[in-house]
Design a protein around this ligand. Structure first.
Ligand code: SF4
Length: 218
């Protein structure tokens, strides 16, 4: 696949717009990486906003920040602690299961390979890549809904699933941007390039965007 013409220009502008000190809860955790806490916060972050992830993570880790402690925690208490992250009943079940697996199958340590991470029910490709990138500093591309939608709108790729997006971006995005890609595109997607009706009139990379599949915009 040919590298899109303006990919470097677009990345440089977005890196300036979304500097490191404004990054998401998960990105802030990279400074002092604790693989288990990164994994748990990533599971809490699914289908919710960043501020909810932060609140739920803080409440939970004040009480239970290891697999042993989460396994021992009564389910009702766990649900209450993570309530602000939404889907709290399902997430509590996932947290319990993942913690038990790490204790029993992986000797208390979060595994460092994608295959092992994906072998734990409840951990999907995005979560696995977040853990690999943020906890173990591996050069992978964690693709969430923003990271999937925006490169398609920009016209860099034409894909239907986050898995396809990961594979295509690996071919066209220079490796020097992989580390920052998720943080930048999550912030960009939450503030400007919204899923519905993006703010194209305020967009710093509007001139480089093909606006593919954008039906309504502001
Ligand atoms: S121009 Fe609009 S669709 Fe394109 S990246 Fe910017 S906000 Fe998103």
């Amino acid at each position: 696949m040919r590298k899109p013409k303006n990919i470097e220009k677009t990345m440089k502008i977005l890196i300036k717009e979304y500097p490191s000190n404004e990054k998401t809860t998960l990105n802030r955790m990279r400074k002092k990486p604790d693989a288990f806490k990164i994994l748990i916060s990533c599971l809490l972050s699914l289908r919710t906003q960043d501020k909810n992830t932060e609140t739920a993570s803080k409440k939970l880790f004040a009480v239970a920040d290891t697999p042993e402690k989460i396994v021992r925690l009564p389910v009702k208490r766990l649900e209450k602690l993570i309530f602000s992250s939404g889907h709290y009943k399902k997430k509590a079940r996932t947290l319990k299961h993942v913690s038990k697996e790490i204790l029993e199958r992986f000797n208390r340590k979060v595994p460092e390979t994608k295959e092992e991470l994906l072998s734990i029910k409840g951990i999907g490709p995005k979560t696995a890549n977040i853990v690999l990138a943020f906890a173990f500093n591996k050069n992978v591309l964690p693709i969430d809904t923003h990271c999937h939608r925006i490169p398609n709108r920009l016209g860099w790729i034409k894909t239907k699933t986050p898995e396809q997006t990961e594979a295509e971006l690996e071919k066209i995005l220079p490796k020097k941007y992989w580390n920052e890609f998720n943080a930048i595109f999550v912030q960009f997607g939450q503030t400007i390039c919204h899923p519905i009706s993006p703010w194209c009139s305020r967009c710093p990379v509007e001139e480089y965007c093909k606006k593919r599949n954008v039906e309504k915009r502001r």
